[in-house]
Design a protein around this ligand. Sequence first.
Ligand code: PEP
Ligand code: MN
Length: 708
Amino acid sequence: MTEKLDELRIRLDQIDRRIVDSLAERQAVVGEVAKVKVDGATVLRDPKREEQLLRALSEYGKNAGVDRHFVRRLYREILDHSLRSQQVHLSGGDRASERTTVVVAYQGGEGSYSHLAATRHFEVHPANVVYEGKKSFDSMLQSVTEGESDFAILPIENTTAGSINESYDLLARMNLVIVGEEIQRVDHCLLAIDEVPLSHIRRVYSHPVALAQCGGFLSALRECHVEAFNDTALSAAKIKEDRDLSQAAIASAEAARLYDLKILRTHIADQKENYTRMVVVSRDPIELDPRIPAKTSLLFATRHEHGALASCLNILHEHGLNMTKLESRPRPNTPWEYIFYVDFEGRLDGVGTGSALQSLSSATGFLKVLGTYPSRIPKESEPAAIFAQSESPESSSAPRSGPAATRAAPARDGGSIRVKAGSPRAEEGEARIPVTKQPYRLASRVTRLKDTLIRFGDVELGGDVPVVIAGPCAVESREQIQNCAREVKEQGGAMLRGGCFKPRTSPYSFQGLGFEALDLLEEAGREFGLPIVTEVLHPADVARVAHQADFLQIGARNMQNFALLKEVGRIDRPVMLKRGLTATVDEWLQAAEYILAQGNQRVVLCERGIRTFEQATRNTLDLSAVVVARERTHLPIVVDPSHAVGVRRWIPTMAEASLAVGAHGVMLEIHPDPNSALSDGPQALTFQDFESLMKRLPYCVPPAASLG
Ligand code: PEP
Ligand code: MN
């Protein structure tokens, strides 16, 4: 008997080797097909032909005595694998093999669904792939930002549990690019250290979502506690370590294999069809061959206007973009406002996408493209003209002619295109008007007739009510900033300013108290109910300053610091752009365009005086620039007479003049004791000066002091 069994096993081993050899042979032919496709116009996938192939093979299997469904399942895997390897080839992935190792981060332990999806996604990657489990989504994405990992796989939605909010919020906050997606089947099993009857199980560990998904099964287990754990695989590792026969974990079958556990039950989720969609993120976009069916993800915040969301969705519709997902999340620090996440079929450099995104840019308050990447969900209804050819044996050897091939020829001029996420203007060639004749578009009145309104809580900047922003040049101490905040509030000012990072002409002058000052400014703003504005000097500080400040200032000296402009363009925070000391109005508007072009539409211009031959004032306040800019742009404009004039006694008059010529607000430096100020003392208004000025300004909100 054992002899017979041994002999049969040897035969099975031989057959298995032949199967693997055949797969290898097939894989080699797929490689050849990919090479042919690189130079040809053939596109990657034809779901109809694929379906024909599957049908033919399952029929062949049936005749040969193999279960039809089994053949079909097997071939879905095989076709999927060869499609992925062709995609890697077409995307220049082979060149990635020049890098010997790439690090892929995932959340949880080995055998978690994220880990399974990551291994599936990267199995065709030509480089040596190292997988690293991370504790949280946040630390995982941080490791990509910091260059420790090359990719991370982030679960974004589940077909039964819905959207994963934390993931959406992280995508909004971090400057990473989506370069791929993966659909992971979730098939929960109950695991234990040995084959024990279910009635012996007293405690079940798993991720809270997995526990919720198996609610029906768990409620039938009597006298059994459920306990939430960080992740499914780690719960498997825990019961392995505890070696307690009364414990069980809910995890994948793969986790059972990895941790050498027994599977007590399979398919225990309430809903049998359970999938998680994950996105693969990286620091840089990937090269995407035009023949790969792609998807694009973006997020935007609507403007505070009637019907704003509907008009944004209409823009996508009018440009023929098919939206596959719409999700909303609360906008951070802005109660009752929302960020919308949209996925649509197509690519950034696709027909109509560029102009759709341009229109969307000016219709939204903030727009960020998260990435263009190969789509994982095949769309069966796609016309064959778009997906012309599968790599099925018969089609790969077919001559590339005839109507299907001709129709399929995609516009391949330029070959694969590097798509930079983050920029709504991906198509260089699309604008018909030469770029030199269009130095700015999004900032222009031509693009948007209506004035842009920017809200900070109850304060509206850009409307009919002038806004007064006041505070010290620099935050010097808690007492100083608290006194200033109280004064601003009592006199009816709308916003508190205070420098934390000071751009000083001499390196020996007071440079500001940095983040310590920002904490004090934030505290004072919160205590007196005033939004805060402060200058950010360095691109690396933008995210952190934006986390605490309501309004970011780009100083005059940085008006053309393009790296800084781009960085503030990628975050969802209003920006005040000061006019450079020697900048023309048009240069100023082009600098604003740098911010707008990155997606952030909430830009306020600030005239703060320019350098002229005149020495009597610190700078020359150019009020005509306000008139000109109001005509050329829809963006709000404020005037800072303090830095323009530099002499205390002339500032109030120029503040009044600023509002008279149409500025939407003024920004003033005040100090409890200007003589002791660490910077710009001569131009700081005393509290008394400020009070009498506030009485003269046409200001609609009565001072808080007179309210009671
Ligand atoms: C300021 O407002 O603190 C400042 C430094 O202004 P500017 O950049 O206009 O000189
Ligand atoms: Mn100053």
